[in-house]
Design a protein around this ligand. Structure first.
Ligand SMILES: Cc1cc2nc3c(=O)[nH]c(=O)nc-3n(C[C@H](O)[C@H](O)[C@H](O)COP(=O)(O)OP(=O)(O)OC[C@H]3O[C@@H](n4cnc5c(N)ncnc54)[C@H](O)[C@@H]3O)c2cc1C
Length: 476
């Protein structure tokens, strides 16, 4: 679409959705970019306030054939929210109400712009909580988390978003901007093909989520927590496995290598001295077993050589003591590592998102270190090791094409390592544009290249004109 035509379409949009469209260059710059650093150049940002607004926008986009990019808070780390082919950013941030909570049904009904942390704030006087807690939980939206299939620190116990969405209301990119309700309000639900699960993790490529019925979990009665620092990567990862070997019900098992943990602590001003490779462990326990579980955690840590050990009776107490701050700083630490390595230069940081069977974590980390040494690139490693999810990071300066090439080669190699160990190239961040090549590799590795044909067909059924988040997820 040429510049003149884009101007005309934006003018039509302003008439169609008065007070909900911005073409202010400063606003466009903000919505052009996501947390991964991937950025595009939209010609308008639309802020719908109702299902009807979203429907009118999509029907208009269908008729005039321009790209629409759904966005929550743009914290994507995979290049999935950025408007890469011009067009319109559809920000759901004004659709932000929590419609109802049912303590008996264990459900909450929410609009897509509600932030994940706000869901839990609304539940604070109930015995329930919503357990998907990505590091970005304070800003990430329900719609973004659904569309990216997000996980988080409690993945070992609660999995990812796909396990917590019961029903969805979506708007389709068709001539009417059809509004469709999918799924149920009950835990058990058979409704033919499972379209709810198809939308979860589809990264805004099939439909726009405008309301969700989420499942809730009862809060564990006690959550004894330990933060410990180990003499080596292997010792910390083996300690995490010891927790699993004993059959303890881990809520959190979070790992960071020593350099990344130091930078993360610095970035977050954490009140903790980083004295080795970090493991943060929290157990779903009972009031009676809390003390025994804490003692067991400490025993595991000491047997693997940890000397610096912090304990807290609960996650809330750990929060108050600042013990979660180092882990919360993972992303900031990874960015800071890149900035320190290439001072004064614009950098890009690739945040990998592999998962391997937990028993293969130590092997995966040592293979990644070997690949990074061969590439001559440092790599920072952290992750949700309770479910085998590692987030190695690779920084490179944007003004150095050979460094960029080496970084992307290492990115490919890390994906291959995950596949060789029986894992996956993308556990929770999604595919976006950055992992399309790796997705193809994974499907080839599994002998499932045919799956790509199915995905392309499904995309055409939902989005016949290819206007919704084009260029994302599905390789051409
Ligand atoms: C510091 C930091 C820590 C993070 N930690 C984690 C982590 O621990 N675990 C994890 O899984 N992720 C993590 N992430 C990645 C990211 O925050 C999550 O995936 C988050 O759920 C995205 O939410 P968002 O509102 O920012 O979505 P956005 O980034 O705005 O969008 C993500 C995707 O969803 C689509 N989308 C957004 N809203 C809708 C909608 N209403 N309908 C249809 N599609 C929509 C977008 O088009 C895009 O494809 C982290 C990111 C940062 C910056």
């Amino acid at each position: 679409m040429g510049e003149g035509e884009a101007e005309r379409v934006a003018g039509e949009l302003e008439k169609l959705l008065p007070g909900r469209v911005s073409r202010d260059p400063a606003i466009l710059r903000i919505y052009a970019r996501e947390a991964s650093g991937v950025e595009g150049a939209p010609w308008a940002v639309v802020f719908p306030e109702s299902p009807g607004d979203v429907s009118r926008l999509l029907a208009h986009a269908y008729r005039r054939e321009y790209p629409v990019y759904p966005q929550g808070s743009a914290t994507s780390l995979a290049g999935s929210a950025a408007p890469l082919e011009g067009g319109v950013v559809l920000s759901l941030e004004r659709m932000r109400s929590i419609k109802s909570v049912s303590v008996e049904d264990y459900t909450v009904d929410v609009e897509p712009g509600v932030r994940l942390a706000e869901v839990n704030l609304a539940l604070s006087t109930t015995p329930l909580f919503f357990p998907i807690d990505p590091g970005s939980v304070k800003v990430a939206t329900v719609g973004g988390a659904i569309a990216s299939g997000a996980g988080g620190m409690m993945g070992a116990r609660y999995g990812t978003m796909r396990d917590w969405v019961l029903g969805l209301t979506v708007v389709l990119p068709d001539e009417k901007g059809s509004i469709v309700r999918l799924g149920c309000r009950t835990l058990k639900c058979r409704q033919g093909l499972d379209l709810v699960r198809l939308i979860v993790g589809s990264e805004g490529t099939l439909a726009v989520v405008i309301e969700a019925t989420l499942r809730l979990a009862p809060r564990p009665e006690a959550t004894p927590t330990m933060l410990a620092f180990f003499p080596s990567e292997e010792a910390a990862l083996e300690a995490a496995l010891d927790v699993r070997r004993r059959g303890m019900d881990a809520l959190l098992l979070e790992y960071m290598d020593v350099e990344t943990a130091r930078l993360a602590a610095e970035a977050r001003k954490a009140p903790v001295k980083v004295e080795g490779y970090m493991l943060l462990a929290s157990i779903a326990s009972t009031r009676e077993s809390r003390g025994r579980h804490l003692a067991e955690l400490e025993e595991i840590a000491r047997s693997r050589g940890a000397e610096s050990i912090y304990r807290a009776a609960s996650l809330e107490a750990a929060e108050e003591k600042g013990l979660l701050e180092v882990r919360r700083g993972l992303f900031a630490g990874q960015i800071l590592a890149g900035r320190r390595r290439f001072p004064g230069r614009r950098i890009h940081v690739l945040i990998e998102d592999i998962a391997v069977p937990p028993s293969k974590l130590s092997l995966a980390a040592s293979m990644i270190r070997a690949a990074a040494a061969e590439a001559g690139l440092p790599v920072g490693i952290g992750g949700h090791v309770g479910d085998g999810n590692l987030h190695p990071s690779i920084a490179f300066p944007l003004d150095d094409p050979s460094a960029a090439e080496a970084a992307w080669r290492l990115h490919e190699e890390i994906g291959r390592i995950a596949l060789r160990l029986g894992g996956t190239v993308s556990a929770e961040h999604g595919i976006g544009v950055e992992k399309k090549g790796l997705l193809e590799r994974e499907l080839e590795h599994l002998g499932a290249a045919e799956a790509l044909r199915l995905m392309r067909g499904i995309k055409r059924v939902f989005d016949p004109k290819g206007i919704l988040n084009p260029g994302k997820v599905i390789p051409p």
